[in-house]
Every structure is written in structure tokens, then in C-alpha cells.
Ligand binder design. Structure first.
Ligand code: IPM
Ligand code: MG
Length: 362
């Protein structure tokens, strides 16, 4: 029996999570597995219920479980809350509390969705990139940070905002190992993306990554500045296998990479720790409050997140592949949610496409 904590967030989160759980239930029948779900609130939902976006009880539930599944958090109605109470704070908080330093964002394009990519099909075809984003450091968490006032030379008082882009050697080393190990199972190439022409922190990132690469002779390491990487992702995305990068660059590049696959609604993610705390799985898209309750959102990113869970937390590659195969077959047969709709195909609701995927599982 595996215990899964399901973090119920905002917007469409309830809908997509229930689809993912339905898929897991069918998988458990086919593969003779047993899952128990514990639903706890996070983000705006938790704020409404308890006054805090990340209540202790939510953290404790996660720590006790074998894996964590998260919908998405955030809603415009919380935009004016104090920074500490905003739903996004809960997301950063749970990443830190569970020590989820390695964020894996696979960027793969399904042939059936090439039309939806803003890139020409001949450029987008066969994109298969693994973005490995460091998730618990960088400007996201660096101290000191804040907004203070200072006196100018001409005696005016003005505000100054600052964050600290900071990485220590240990943090870089552990994420680099994740990247090289991942590359060993793929096309054996790692591209370290940074801003080493300007930033000291990036120079250290490169230095340590180069050092770690010596333990992986079978993997080829290259380097690229982040501005160039943003361009290369559009011009020639197939050159990439594993992209290793820091928290903020990874945040930006993974959104860019996702859109070249046709829809943000297709991409899953896994956040891994050193193994002492459970891993967390979530779609990379947001909570889409405008779509909430309409049975119209694309559940595939969350369904594929569950596939990643089966692979990384429960070591069941067969079950993971079964979900990917089912999704592919459903797309091939012409079923589409709104975000990936194309003339001549059949428009499906969230629940309909989930049921179709479930029928294909074996
Ligand atoms: C992501 C999101 C988050 C991040 C936000 C919502 C805090 O954009 O998971 O990519 O910046 O990490
Ligand atoms: Mg992001």
C-alpha cells in the first residue's frame, strides 16, 4: 500500500486531480498496486480554510506519505494579499520543506500535436528535452532580500528592492549529479545553461558542473549562456538532450520550451529530493481560474505527472509507459481538449478525454 498525499490547490486543481486519481485507480487494478489518497489543502484553498497558504498539517501529511501529487495554486483574487499569505508562497514553501531540489521537466512533442506548435513542424518534430531545474536555491530563496529605503546623494529617500542570486558548491554538485545521471539514461548530453559571462554565481555553477562531469565520462558536457539558450530553443531545439540550469533560468526556459510543444496543458513535472523525503509531481501549468468548473481544461499534464510518479517514486516503468501510450493513442484517434483543438477532430471535455485515456490503459 502506497500513501499519496493529494494537495488540493486552486482554480482547476480539483478537476485535474480527480482525473489523475481515476487514472491511478485503473493502473492499480491492472498492475495490482494499492494506493491510499489523503487530500489536504494548499494555496488559496488552505488560506480560506485556515488563514495560511501552507498549514503545518499540510506539510506533515506530505512528509508522512510515499509521494505527493499537486494540482496548481493561485488565483487573481489573492493578488493583494501580503506576500507571506499568497498561494505561490505555499508552493515555494513545500518545495523547501520537502527538500525538492531537483525539478525535472520533460519537454516532448507528440507528433499528433505538431500543428499546435508555434514552430514549423520540421523544427518541432521529435523535440525531446529534459530540463533539470534546481528548485530550492537561487534568487528564489537567497538572503538578504527585501525592499528598503535609502538616502540619495541629493537627499531624497527612495526605495530599493533586492534579491540575492546565490548557490553554494554543495547545491550545485547535487543538482549536477541528477543531470548527468539523467543524461546517462538518455542521449548522454548535458548542456549547462547559465550567465557565466556576467555573473560570479554562474561561473561557480560552471566550475562545479565541470568538476562533477569528470565522474561521467560517457556524458558530453557543453555550456550555453541563457540568452543564447532562449534563442536556440526556438531555432534548433533538437540539439538539446538534458538542460541543467538554476532556479530562475529554469523557470523561464521551461515555459518557453513548453509552448513549443503545442500547449502548456501537456507538460508534467517531477520534483525530487535526496530520497529522504517524498517526491512531488505537478503539471507545469497554473491554476487557470477562468476555466475552473467548466470541465474544459486539459488534464493530460497532470495525468502524465502521475506517470512520472509511477516511474520515479514507485519504480514502475511499465505502468508509466502504459499511461504515455494511452495518451498517445487517444490523440492519434483524434480526441482533443480545447487548448489543442484542431478542425476535423473531436472536441472533448476534461472528463471525456480522461475516460478515453483510461479505456486505453493496459
Ligand atoms: C513554476 C511556477 C512557480 C515558480 C511560481 C508559481 C512560484 O512558475 O513552477 O514554474 O516560479 O517556480
Ligand atoms: Mg514557472
Amino acid at each position: 500500500m502506497k500513501n499519496i498525499t493529494v494537495l488540493m490547490g486552486d482554480g482547476v486543481s480539483g478537476e485535474i486531480l480527480s482525473c489523475a486519481v481515476k487514472v491511478l485507480d485503473r493502473i492499480s487494478q491492472i498492475y495490482n498496486l494499492s494506493f491510499k489518497y489523503n487530500y489536504v489543502p494548499i494555496g488559496g484553498r488552505a488560506y480560506e480554510e485556515t488563514g495560511f497558504p501552507l498549514p503545518n498539517k499540510t506539510v506533515e501529511a506530505c512528509l508522512k506519505s510515499d509521494a505527493v501529487l499537486l494540482g496548481a495554486v493561485g488565483d487573481w483574487k489573492y493578488d493583494n494579499l501580503a506576500p507571506e499569505l499568497r498561494p505561490e508562497k505555499a508552493l515555494l514553501g513545500i518545495r523547501k520543506k520537502l527538500n525538492l531540489f531537483a525539478n525535472l521537466r520533460p519537454v516532448k512533442v507528440f507528433d499528433e500535436l505538431l500543428f499546435a506548435s508555434p514552430l514549423k513542424s520540421e523544427i518541432a518534430r521529435d523535440i525531446d528535452i529534459m530540463i533539470i531545474r534546481e528548485l530550492t536555491g537561487d534568487v528564489y530563496f537567497g538572503e538578504p532580500k527585501g525592499i528598503i529605503t535609502k538616502q540619495t546623494l541629493d537627499n531624497r529617500e527612495i526605495k530599493v528592492g533586492f534579491n540575492n542570486m546565490i548557490y553554494d558548491e554543495d547545491e550545485i554538485r547535487r543538482i549536477a549529479h541528477v543531470a548527468f545521471k539523467s543524461a546517462q539514461k538518455r542521449k548522454k548530453r548535458v548542456c549547462c545553461v547559465d550567465k557565466a559571462n556576467v555573473l560570479d554565481v554562474s561561473r561557480l555553477f560552471r566550475e562545479i558542473t565541470t568538476d562533477v562531469s569528470k565522474e561521467y565520462n560517457d556524458v558530453e558536457l557543453s555550456y550555453m549562456y541563457v540568452d543564447n539558450a532562449a534563442m536556440q530553443l526556438i531555432q534548433n531545439p533538437r540539439q538539446f538532450d538534458v538542460i541543467l540550469t538554476g532556479n530562475i533560468f529554469g523557470d523561464i526556459l521551461s515555459d518557453e520550451a513548453s509552448t513549443i510543444c503545442g500547449s502548456l496543458g501537456m507538460l508534467p513535472s517531477a520534483s525530487l529530493s535526496d530520497g529522504k523525503t517524498p517526491y512531488l509531481y505537478e503539471p507545469i501549468h497554473g491554476s487557470a481560474p477562468d476555466l475552473a468548473g467548466k470541465n474544459a481544461v486539459n488534464p493530460i499534464a497532470t495525468i502524465l505527472s502521475v506517470a512520472m510518479m509511477l516511474n520515479y517514486s514507485f519504480d514502475n516503468k511499465l505502468a508509466c509507459d502504459s499511461i504515455y501510450r494511452a495518451v498517445k493513442e487517444v490523440l492519434k484517434e483524434g480526441y482533443r481538449t480545447r487548448d489543442i483543438f484542431e478542425k476535423g477532430k473531436e472536441l472533448c471535455t476534461t472528463s471525456k478525454i480522461t475516460d478515453l485515456i483510461i479505456e486505453k490503459l493496459r
